[in-house]
Design a protein around this ligand. Structure first.
Ligand code: CUA
Length: 170
């Protein structure tokens, strides 16, 4: 009798957490997705990878100011470079990268920030990073994309002078 009760409690000690933990994770997932609106950076649009050069905004890759302290970079990834490969913004800037690939699968990763996304041909990725302090922030491709993959990188230079806004910006 006593032994049976012990086994029952022992079993319960495993059964309850094995139900409670997945339920807790599911609740956390639902709260972050629908309550706090935190999402994995994903596809925000599509573009024909064969027509990237003529499809806005990728027909004019580059930086443009979209508001006070806010910038957007229309960027094209290709073997084995990013266009633009160098971006200059003043400190305390919020920069949104709108990226697509014109050939194979690439990645876009800025170390020391939470910015990390895959760059797929045909799909447009959108990620935002905030640069509070002056400095040079390298970005790189983190998906193996061929012989010179390790050379595929660029940099964000945060500091004065403030760049002139791109022609045709909003
Ligand atoms: Cu592009 Cu690795």
């Amino acid at each position: 009798m006593k032994r049976g009760t012990t086994i029952y409690l022992y079993e319960l000690a495993w059964v309850l957490p094995s139900v409670a933990i997945p339920v807790g994770m599911l609740v956390a997932l639902l709260v972050t997705a629908f309550g706090v609106h935190i999402h994995v950076p994903g596809v925000v649009g599509r573009v024909n990878p064969n027509q990237v050069d003529t499809s806005p905004p990728f027909d004019h890759p580059g930086l443009r100011q979209v508001g006070p302290g806010k910038y957007e970079v229309d960027m094209v990834a290709q073997i084995w470079s990013f266009n633009p490969a160098e971006i200059r913004v003043p400190p305390d800037s919020q920069v949104t990268f709108v990226i697509t690939s014109r050939d194979v699968v690439h990645g876009f990763f800025i170390p020391r920030t939470a910015t990390n996304t895959m760059v797929l041909p045909g799909q447009i990725a959108r990620v935002t990073a905030h640069f509070a302090k002056a400095g040079t922030y390298p970005f790189l491709c983190h998906e193996y994309c061929g012989l010179m993959h390790q050379m595929m990188a660029g940099q964000i230079i945060v500091g004065p002078p403030e760049p002139p806004p791109k022609e045709g910006g909003q």
